[in-house]
Design a binder for this molecule. Structure first.
Ligand code: SF4
Length: 416
């Protein structure tokens, strides 16, 4: 095997991501991008709270002027936090966003339904990024790999790594190396296996691109923090990962102390101030979760002194024992058109007895259904006060008023 080349990405004028650089923490706005005032205010808040990059969803070409305006207003306010545009399904939008922001996150597989066209569009996109000094994140999530990949390789961690390698080959061919890769999943075991497999394949290929880590749709509160610590912490303790986002179904600023904790625990950055309760949860999750996930231990020893609830949550986050339903909930973003956080709380309260079931609550109908790959049941906000309910990835009820949606979900589960 040739000696691999470990690459670094550069975002904006100063931020470096890769080996030798500090772990970079980031988050994402949940404002509507067309609401420039609100998005600028949230970017300023997040940058002030320690975010080193802030991602903004850009649903289509119509949002490009707002994106430019947001960038200009931030710079005018003296805030130089690099912005990342989050693009799905529109290569035309990605091409325009690449001229404005420091980094663009795409899943090139959904650039076009025809795979060969998607490959050509991706190569064209790289040239625009090269011209404008823009970094790229190839972001493939479990559940949104696309039919071409799942037909070829299934929906496995290996398929995720192979899909990423296909796009990285195009980058290598184009000699475009300003690239970061992510392979997120809500299942911590799948997520860890996917990143390990990708690392192995990149090393074999001779080019190791920086990795963005995250447990996607981790939910909120204690379970969301624990799952994130287990997935991200397992990889960081193996030396895998260069930037991270802790995705929580909470206001985005709440993600940053957890991300900063992980960056401090596994890197060189200073430990953030945390409440003793939060510190206890994060310490316990990082101490015992990776060892459970890697099957180095089968139980948390009594000598750890954890209460039963915290032990149970860590066992479930590491997927060793399930004592309640498994919830998948996206953090929400500019595509979210309903009260995601409130609906998630209600769904949790009404389904807490359904031990072992996997229930997803997702913020939008565009990406939500694809992203909740593992869910038995899905509750997806359509916008306009309407919700769709999915069973095993298929819609079973559409356009239900959100005031009725939880009752209808429970009826369906009972009937099942
Ligand atoms: S699934 Fe959630 S986080 Fe993903 S694009 Fe939709 S609203 Fe945003």
């Amino acid at each position: 095997m040739q000696h691999p080349q470990y690459l670094r990405a550069k975002v904006g004028d100063h931020l470096e991501i890769g080996p030798g650089a500090p772990l970079v923490i980031q988050t994402m706005c949940n404002t509507h991008t067309s609401d420039v005032e609100a998005t600028v205010a949230q970017c300023l808040e997040l940058a002030g709270a320690g975010a080193q990059m802030v991602r903004i969803t850009v649903p289509g070409l119509a949002d490009i002027p707002a994106l430019r305006d947001i960038r200009d207003r931030l710079r005018a306010a003296g805030c130089d936090v690099p912005l990342v545009a989050d693009i799905h399904f529109s290569s035309a939008t990605a091409l325009e966003a690449a001229k404005i922001v420091g980094k663009v996150r795409i899943n090139p597989g959904n650039f076009h339904p025809d795979h060969e066209t998607a490959r050509r569009e991706f190569a064209r996109f790289l040239e625009v990024c090269r011209e404008h000094g823009t970094a790229v994140r190839v972001g493939l999530n479990h559940g949104s790999l696309g039919k071409y990949i799942t037909d070829l390789y299934g929906n496995t961690p290996e398929a995720m790594a192979l899909a990423a390698m296909e796009w990285l080959e195009i980058c290598i061919e184009a000699q475009f190396f300003n690239v970061v890769v992510s392979l997120k999943a809500s299942n911590t075991v799948v997520m860890v296996q996917a990143y390990r497999e990708l690392m192995r394949r990149m090393q074999e290929r001779g080019y190791v691109f920086p990795l963005h880590l995250g447990v996607t749709e981790a939910g909120n509160g204690e379970p969301g923090r624990i799952k994130s610590c287990i997935g991200i912490g397992t990889l960081l303790r193996e030396g895998i990962g260069n930037t991270l986002r802790v995705s929580l179904t909470e206001p985005p600023a709440a993600e940053l102390p957890v991300a900063a904790y992980l960056a401090a625990r596994y890197g060189d950055s200073p430990m953030p101030e945390l409440s003793p309760a939060e510190r206890r949860i994060l310490d316990a999750a990082c101490e015992w979760g990776p060892a459970l996930l890697c099957r180095e231990i089968d139980e948390i020893p009594a000598s750890a002194g954890l209460d039963e609830h915290l032990s149970d949550e860590i066992m479930q986050g590491a997927r060793r024992r399930f004592y309640r339903p498994e919830y998948i909930a996206c953090p929400g973003c500019g595509r979210t058109m309903y009260d995601l956080q409130g609906s998630f709380e209600q769904v949790k309260a009404r389904t807490a007895h359904l031990k072992g079931m996997v229930i997803a609550v997702m913020g939008c109908i565009v990406n939500g259904p694809g992203e909740m790959a593992d869910a038995d049941w899905g509750y997806v906000g359509e916008g306009g006060g309407k919700v769709s309910i999915y069973r095993k990835g298929q819609p079973v009820l559409r356009h239900i008023p959100d005031s009725e949606a939880i009752d209808r979900l429970l009826e369906l589960i009972e009937k099942d």
